[in-house]
Write a protein that binds this ligand. Structure first.
Ligand SMILES: [Zn+2]
Length: 136
């Protein structure tokens, strides 16, 4: 994801996209380690920015009304879909993450337009225009 959009996600959802090392709350002896997210950031295209933004808006709202705080561990594309690995989601929030993952396989990862899973060297989600661009 472009540094500008990633910075916007980090600024809008600082509790989800924390760069702080995370320890084990049940075991203070376990040293805190930086999350993969802190190290690698959002590893997907800009086309999923709105999807991730909408997901985080809902996750954070759920926290506001009593759900746990979700903390992103790793956010990336895999097999054409969004993977949003995190700590803390309850079943309700896990459902939101699942829907976002499913929707990502219908939205072009490059531009966000309607897309489809395209089996190429790697499976990617692309709109017709970017599917064509990948093959040129
Ligand atoms: Zn596209």
């Amino acid at each position: 994801m472009s540094p500008e959009l990633e910075a916007k996600l980090r600024a809008d959802y600082p509790l989800i996209f924390t760069a702080q090392p995370i320890g084990d709350p049940d075991d203070p002896e376990v040293p805190a380690v930086p999350t993969l997210f802190a190290t690698w950031g959002v590893e997907c295209g800009d086309g999923w920015y709105d999807l991730i933004d909408a997901l985080c808006l809902n996750l954070q709202y759920a926290t506001k009304i009593g759900a746990p705080q979700v903390v992103a561990r790793q956010v990336k594309e895999k097999f054409g879909g969004l993977r949003f690995y995190s700590d803390g989601p309850n079943d309700y929030q896990a459902g939101m993450i699942q829907v976002a993952a499913l929707m990502s396989t219908r939205l072009c990862e490059v531009c966000g337009k309607r897309g489809r899973l395209v089996p190429n060297d790697w499976i990617k989600t692309r709109c017709p225009e970017h599917e064509k661009a990948d093959n040129e």
